[in-house]
Write a protein that binds this ligand. Sequence first.
Ligand code: NAI
Ligand code: MG
Length: 398
Amino acid sequence: MAKFSIAWMPGDGIGNDVMEATRIVLDTLKLDAEYVPCDIGWDFWCKEGNPLPERSVKVLNSTTCGLFGAITSKPQDEAKEELAPELRGKGLVYFSPIVKLRQMFNLHTNMRPCRSYEGNPLNYRGTRLANPESKDVMIDQVVFRENTEGSYGGVEFHPLPESVYTALCANPKMKPWKDKGLDNVALSTRIVSIQGCTSICRQAFEFARKSGRKRVTLVEKPNVLRETGGLMTRVFKKMAKEYEGIWADEANIDAICMWMFKNPQDYSVIVAENMFGDIVSDLCAGLVGGLGFAPSANLGDKYAVFEPTHGSAPKYAGQYKVNPHAMLLTAKMMLDWLGDGNGAALGHGQAGGAAEKQMAQRLEAAVARVIKEGKVKTYDMGGKNTTIEVAKEVARYI
Ligand code: NAI
Ligand code: MG
């Protein structure tokens, strides 16, 4: 029996291209794993009316962890139109299977590291005034994004149920929308909890302490989102007192978009609720060359799913054009997680250790070398190589 079993979820679009490339690299590393195919994504919605079929949930429940490419998500009316004719009119409602999966397995922490690699032609060079000589600004940031609640909790209404409307209208601020009908307004909620805030802030501070980082920045908007933003800010400030030697500061989501663009090298660990974390991590990705370089891990107490930050980029699907580095660095995060012994702790698979840790290092070193040499690269880096050619070059250095 293999040491680990990994739920293999290419998903949709370029998810397939980058996962195929990653397999080449994992096989070269000789990771002792069984890869269990796991259906997820748009095709399964269209054909079966469920983008995360029950059989896939079984696979997730019996594997060490999951590796995920990307899925395509579309608005509800388009989802209905693409459903197989025999499934229409049955009241089936589309949901994002990756959001569902994060909630179902309580993958509460989304960790998104963004690091510049030497020689990347896409490295950020700062504003010209700040950097008249335009040297690369080397960035090394890690975003901790709360992954199960906030505005992605899925508690939404349109039209408003009578009971919700009545409860809301007790608030005088509802005046502009009162008496205009239940379907005149749509409502999305932003639910944050003390547990959710505590958990994500704890992860961020603990990571900073363990990795010797000196600054943790909370991204919120408590001056406007007074209750939800206020709760998160209170939890953050209180916890910060436990971490002597770490500078804990707060920034508003809008302000940090400006500051990070101006002085990105000043930021190290960033913590945020779900949507602000999503926004700020794309900004960080942009600073290190774009979505082709941004890996991520969805971490829970009992399971973990590793996925690049990017989506399914439908216009490039199946063309083997996109950059596999984000996905390869995602696999590196998985190897680190396995090497920390997490898999066995959950009762699925054996304990990883030094061997997997070393594989993670070799993988990242090979990616860094391929980027630095700049001979084999995809379109986004100004090259003409395919996804697979880049992966093979990484494998060659491994
Ligand atoms: P996207 O991330 O799929 O692509 C946006 C653009 O970024 C692409 O057109 C391409 O120019 C660039 N890009 C992305 N990955 C790249 C790579 N590996 N190498 C080079 N360039 C890359 O985001 P978009 O277009 O907003 O969404 C497309 C679909 O993906 C939608 O259906 C969306 O819902 C879904 N999505 C899924 C996610 C997931 O599976 N976790 C995350 C984000 C979007
Ligand atoms: Mg995103």
